[in-house]
Write a new protein. Sequence first.
Length: 253
Amino acid sequence: MIIVRHSASPRGLFLGMAVALVALGVGGCSTGGGKGLASAGSQAPQTASDAVLAETKEALALLNQGQADKARKKLLQALKERPGDMLAQDLLKQIDTDPKVLLGSESYSYTVKDGETMSMLAQRFLGDPMKSYALARYNGLPSPTALKTGDVIQIPGRRRLTPPVAKKAAPAPVKKPAVTIAKPAPAKPTSAAGDAARAAKLRGQGLAAMNAGAINRAVALLRQALAFDPGSALIKGDLARALRIQSTLKGRP
């Protein structure tokens, strides 16, 4: 799992990284070789999907140890078995692409606080905890676990400034209008399957839940969103990603 030296518990860090496996990607393993990864790698996968998931987990553990070449081999094997796997493609890109090209050349400094991990910072500033290896490379670190409390690192992009809150003027007194009772207009029937607005709202709630590590709630919300807008490619992609993360969390010993 992606951790920072002298920081949070292994399970807490796993859930923090799981968001986009979204909260870690490697359950119960450390740089010294974890029991969870050993059991996942020692059992023969029953399906091609299981094999890809196991290889991706091993690749994440290797990246956590700074072994990019070995991780690349695992990811290439995963993509050979399932060419369209988005997580494997993304991790491979983090290994082979210049991080300045991947994340942008403009950046600002940030001092790492006690308990913060690279995956937590990637989630907060890049919107995806699985970008932790790219963020480590961006700062010249061999792996995400090389991050330490007090380190001053560079965050891609521009620093977000909170605008000052303007004081609201007291509202002018409003005369109460005469009360009139009007018959309510009959409600127009709506089609649940075609309610794109409702689907968009549920999708937003699902993504927020996934980013917060509540993967089971995210899956439920995204399924509801898809029921309202079955033809949405965005919702289908989000749901597929959430289901992969859920599968990874359930498969953790």
